[in-house]
Design a binder for this molecule. Structure first.
Ligand code: NDP
Length: 482
């Protein structure tokens, strides 16, 4: 008897219809032979139809009573929260993050939808005193319109959630284009939204390549704005296309090369814990990962030794195995790129003190890798690797640490470990980053606070929290004479 196993098949959602495309597999990075799901690959025409559907649905959606939009968002959030376990397993199998981390991500996605449901009860405008007699002056908000959402693979549910939820809340309609590596999570999200009572066309999903489907969103006259998260190179291209094609509004969240400063007065245990989490957890595949550890001379040797021991002790394995501390990296290309940076780091004169190797039997498993003797002008310290690779740069004092931390094109997150209140306050004042942490890892954010960076890490208004409204709605200044 032959056994056939079926895997989930996700299709595109366009104007409330499930639309087929070329059938493609999606593999498990821990077991590359295993197909996690299949998806219908969208082409440019499908993307065009999705934009038209979103366009047609937008005015009606914006005019629905707030209570109705709230109810839809709340149902989406509640359904996600009721399905944490199965969505987390799917996410861990398709992206490779640990099951515990995947559960956290799914929970965050559900909470985000519920948060924006309730944000709608916050004041949505302002009243000003007019300088003229018998004039009423106010600022109202109207939706941006049709929003193209383009997302990366490293947070397959949380990033779509933190863009789609505020977009829908503020009366926009959405066309989501997820990274092709993580279509199963996006496909499940689409099923949940389709079952939430959102009218057809309000949310559309097109799973295709950035070059084809992504480009259609960037160049279409039917799209009013693009919210993008991904690499800085892609983001720069997105910006150019948005300006060239109708001067669309755009919001870019991009890469990072985030510093974690460790001062001589730091609690060593806290410093090692922050560095271990920030550098290696989620296989370093976080835009807020600590990939530069800037360490004062007095604690340097003890810190490097303790962190190398802790990194070596991390168990790299299947994300569904509760004994694993780290899963695989997302794809063969990503593994090859990480290993290339190990070679580059060695060639530049830095010393591998932990890891540097990968498993060659099955799965894209890489050991957490720590370099000592790095300098901030090395490629190792300047370019985003997006893997479990970090490097230690020695400095003499806080002034030098602040200068080295700021000497990067990026500016997403920056952390310091110190017991000095004045050093912490100086760092919060002087660090050139959108997120600053003290005695905490550089990664780890909360949904009700703004998220974003400076320099090559960000362009446009902040995401998350109440700040998200600045992108997804347009202020309209109204003067009324009476
Ligand atoms: P990419 O920039 O390669 O891709 C991001 C998205 O853009 C994908 O959906 C991709 O599609 C799409 N895309 C690619 N080319 C185009 C194009 N020409 N037009 C329109 N869309 C396009 O990033 P990764 O997915 O590799 O994600 C990793 C990057 O994301 C890292 O640099 C990381 O720092 C950054 N990131 C930033 C975060 C932040 O908030 N600052 C958070 C998480 C990640 P396709 O499916 O074809 O790849």
């Amino acid at each position: 008897m032959t056994m056939t196993t079926t895997v989930p098949y996700h299709r595109n959602l366009v104007g409330g219809e499930w639309v087929d495309g070329e059938r493609r597999p999606n593999h498990n990075p821990a077991r590359p032979g295993e197909v996690v799901s299949e998806y219908a690959r969208a082409d440019r025409d499908t993307a065009r139809t999705a934009v038209a559907a979103a366009r047609a649905a937008q005015p009606g959606w914006a005019r629905r009573p707030v209570a109705e939009r709230m109810a839809v968002l709340d149902r989406i959030g509640t359904t996600i929260l009721n399905r944490v376990e199965d969505l987390a397993v799917l996410l861990a199998r398709e992206e490779g993050k640990l099951l515990a981390e995947a559960r956290g991500e799914v929970t965050r996605a559900g909470q985000t939808f519920r948060y924006y449901a309730h944000q709608l009860l916050q004041p949505q405008g302002e009243v000003y005193a007019s300088t003229r007699e018998n004039v009423h002056a106010e600022v109202r908000r109207r939706p941006l319109g049709v929003v193209g959402v383009i997302t990366p693979w490293n947070y397959p549910l949380a990033i779509p959630a933190w863009k789609v939820a505020p977009a829908l809340a503020y009366g926009n309609t959405v066309v989501l284009k997820p990274a092709e590596l993580v279509t199963a999570s996006a496909g499940e999200l689409a099923r949940i939204i389709a079952g939430s009572g959102a009218p057809p066309g309000v949310f559309n999903l097109v799973m295709g390549s950035g070059r084809e489907v992504g480009e259609e969103l960037l160049t279409s006259s039917g799209v009013d704005g693009i919210s993008f998260t991904g690499g800085t190179g892609t983001g720069t291209h997105v910006a150019r296309q948005c300006i060239a094609h109708g001067n669309k509004r755009f919001q870019l969240e991009m890469g990072g090369k985030n510093p974690l400063v460790v001062l001589d007065d730091a609690d060593l245990e806290v410093a090692v814990r922050c560095a271990l989490d920030g550098s290696f957890f989620s296989s370093g595949q976080r835009c807020t990962a600590s990939s530069r550890l800037i360490v004062q001379a007095g604690v340097h040797d003890r810190f490097v030794e303790a962190l190398a021991v802790a990194a070596d002790a991390l168990r790299v394995g299947d994300p569904l195995d509760p004994h694993s501390d780290l899963g695989p990296v997302v794809s063969p290309d990503q593994l090859a790129q990480n290993l290339d940076y190990v070679r580059i780091g060695r060639d530049e004169g830095a010393t591998v003190v932990a890891g540097g190797t990968h498993r060659t039997d099955e799965g894209q498993f890489m050991r957490p890798t720590l370099f000592a003797d790095a300098r901030n002008d090395m490629r190792l310290a300047r370019e985003e690797i997006f893997g479990p690779v970090s490097c230690v740069i020695r400095v003499d004092d806080l002034d030098e640490a602040i200068d080295v931390a700021a000497d990067t094109p990026y500016g997403l997150s920056a952390g310091i470990v110190t017991t000095s209140l004045s050093a912490a306050e100086r760092f919060k004042r002087d660090a050139r980053a959108g997120i600053v942490t003290v005695n905490l890892p550089t990664a780890g954010t909360e949904l009700h606070l703004p998220f974003g960076g400076t320099g090559a890490s960000n362009h446009g208004p902040r995401e998350q929290g109440g700040y998200a409204r600045d992108f997804y709605s347009v202020p309209v200044t109204c003067y009324t004479g009476w």
